[in-house]
Design a protein around this ligand. Structure first.
Ligand SMILES: Cc1cc2nc3c(=O)[nH]c(=O)nc-3n(C[C@H](O)[C@H](O)[C@H](O)COP(=O)(O)OP(=O)(O)OC[C@H]3O[C@@H](n4cnc5c(N)ncnc54)[C@H](O)[C@@H]3O)c2cc1C
Length: 559
């Protein structure tokens, strides 16, 4: 019998931090992940992690203000305060666990500038910060003795009387279905970037946790807020970190002009991401680009500097564009990168469903609002991963396990999966549907949006949903049946895509990452509120929640 007080789904930074915290609080904690933990997308984070350290003359209030302004005043200020106050200690904790952060000439922890922030408060390890953090966190996980189910795919959440009582999971290596009992479940399944094509996200980033939670009644909030990163490679969508601009790179149009002068005269290339992406797209649309791109110019930074601070993205540039940033500018364009929206939680990670928690990119504690500042996401995963882990551990004390019959639950889930495998082999493949969805989202729910475009995508999604209901799985085997897994992932992605599109249609204003050409202004009178999507009888239902404002009054946003 598999049973745990706290079961964490997802072994990225948020999940591992949560599991360690739950274990430290005395719970029998376990973690389950569809890939080996260090292959989680957190590994791909490049630029760094934010924290305001007081002995640097920085303070959490300034960090909070920059975050709130970055969010275009849609972030909940109580949650942002929690994150920014905790950042310093969380960073030091990571350093003490063994992360070898870059240091400055005096030997102190080094910082680099990042977008939308008035001071340099981004701590980093070269341009592979996520990898450094994730590997150290994995060592801590192993040391903590938390049970780890690696390469197990969670297929559904088991509910009893409106409460969570466990999960069903497919052991990918054997094809065996398991039921795991849990008093609390923390979803740390990451974002849903791959429902856009292209995206900077790993192929595994498919919104599973959001879909799982949504299907049992959880609320998805701010789903329209999708971040397009200003510096991605055309075609593949691969990211070139904001660290490049943080370290002084310029953006230039085809005439060589630094066009950000027109859009953000003070912050220039380091305005917030939504602002820079819009500026680039405007220039590209006006014919000032180069083959649908603009140039990221690092040539003035010098070889030694680039090799020390940005070695990975130099290599990516060479491999994927044939351009060596030491010698020449690299063509880049805005590309889908991050979802600010997610499963609505409180500051302890609790959702509206008893026993279900969420943390990391799949969650929306509401620290990013309409636009996330670079390097605030790694911070979010660690701060709220820890909080949800300890809170879930406390909440599971004195609670008993559900007495559902695991054999029955497994048999039902096996039957459901077998029905998918038994479908006739004549419908469209999941890959075709996934691609059409990604193209449609990237065409109509991207940097600039209109009513007509979003409606077109919503209609296309209805058709795709229909086709998905009979999607065939060609591989009928048990061992590593990735064909089946990709088909299941697509179901979660379509739910997320629909939530994103209907929220984008609903918000009739421009704020943060949502820019509506038909409503080009921010409208605080009518839209200073969160849009919430829940699953109703007949499909998604929309509702609203207020934005928590403590001491920072919304004002016009300029950079
Ligand atoms: C290229 C790139 C660069 C970035 N750079 C930065 C940066 O410099 N600074 C910053 O702050 N942020 C950055 N970000 C964002 C940040 O890295 C992510 O938001 C964050 O790491 C997400 O962490 P997570 O723990 O929530 O999820 P992930 O790290 O995505 O982990 C998700 C986990 O869930 C598991 N999972 C998912 N579905 C299932 C399922 N059905 N069953 C079982 N397991 C499942 C996966 O196996 C995985 O272990 C970057 C993102 C990208 C894509």
């Amino acid at each position: 019998m598999l049973e745990h007080d706290v079961l964490v789904v997802g072994a990225g930074l948020a999940g591992m931090r949560a599991a360690i915290a739950a274990r430290d609080s005395g719970a029998n904690a376990a973690i389950i992940s569809k890939v080996h933990p260090v292959r989680s997308h957190s590994n791909a984070a490049q630029g760094g992690i934010n924290a305001a350290l007081t002995d640097r003359g920085d303070n959490w209030e300034d960090h909070a203000y920059d975050t709130i302004k970055g969010s275009d005043f849609l972030g909940d200020q109580d949650a942002i305060e929690v994150m920014c106050r905790a950042a310093g200690q969380s960073l030091i904790d990571m350093e003490h666990m063994g992360v070898t952060f870059n240091r400055d000439d005096e030997g102190k922890l080094g910082t680099r500038a990042f977008g939308g922030q008035r001071v340099a408060r981004t701590f980093f390890v070269g341009d592979f910060t996520g990898q450094a953090l994730l590997h150290v966190m994995f060592e801590q996980l192993v040391k903590s003795g938390v049970q780890s189910y690696e390469e197990w795919f969670v297929t559904s959440l088991i509910m009893e009387d409106g409460k969570i009582s466990g999960v069903t999971a497919l052991e990918i290596r054997t094809g065996q279905v398991h039921a795991i009992k849990a008093k609390t479940v923390i979803l740390c399944t990451g974002g849903c970037g791959r429902l856009f094509e292209p995206s900077t996200n790993a192929l595994i980033v498919t919104g599973d946790g959001m879909g799982l939670a949504y299907n049992v009644g959880a609320r998805l909030m701010d789903m329209e807020m999708v971040q397009y990163h200003p510096t991605t490679i055309a075609g593949s969508g691969v990211l070139l970190s904001e660290a490049a601009r943080g370290e002084g790179a310029y953006l230039r149009d085809r005439h060589g002009n630094r066009f950000m002068e027109k859009y953000a005269p003070n912050m220039m290339e380091l305005a917030s991401r939504d602002v820079v992406s819009r500026a680039e797209q405007t220039e590209i649309n006006a014919g000032n680009g180069i083959d649908g791109c603009v140039h990221l110019d690092c040539t003035h930074l010098g070889e030694r500097f680039i090799m020390e601070k940005l070695p990975q993205i130099r290599e990516l540039g060479i491999d994927l564009t044939g351009k060596d940033m030491i010698k020449e500018p690299v063509p880049i364009r805005p590309g889908m990168h991050y979802i600010m929206g997610g499963i609505k939680t409180d500051i302890d990670g609790q959702t509206n469903i008893p026993g279900i928690y969420a943390a990391g990119e799949c969650a929306n504690v509401s620290v990013h609002g309409g636009n996330r500042l670079g390097a605030n996401s790694l911070l979010d995963t660690i701060v709220f991963g820890e909080r949800s882990g300890s809170h879930a551990a406390d909440a599971s004390k004195g609670v008993s396990f559900s007495n559902f019959n695991p054999d029955e639950v497994v048999a039902n889930e096996e039957r459901r999966l077998q029905e998918i495998l038994d479908r006739p082999d004549n419908g469209d493949r999941w890959s075709k549907i996934r691609r059409e969805m990604g193209d449609s989202m990237n065409r109509n729910v991207a940097v600039f949006r209109t009513k007509e475009g979003i409606e077109e995508t919503i209609e296309e999604l209805q058709g795709l949903k229909q086709r998905y209901s009979s999607v065939p799985v060609h591989n009928k085997g048990k061992v590593f049946n990735t064909d089946l897994i990709f088909a299941l992932e697509l179901g979660f992605m379509i739910d997320c895509a629909e939530a994103i599109a209907i929220s984008a249609l609903e918000r009739k204003e421009s704020r943060g990452a949502q820019f509506r050409l038909d409503y080009p202004n921010r409208d605080d009178d009518n839209w200073l509120k969160h849009i919430v999507v829940t699953q109703g009888e007949l499909g998604p239902e929309l509702s609203e929640l207020p934005v928590t404002i403590t001491k920072w009054t919304p004002e016009e946003r300029k950079y």
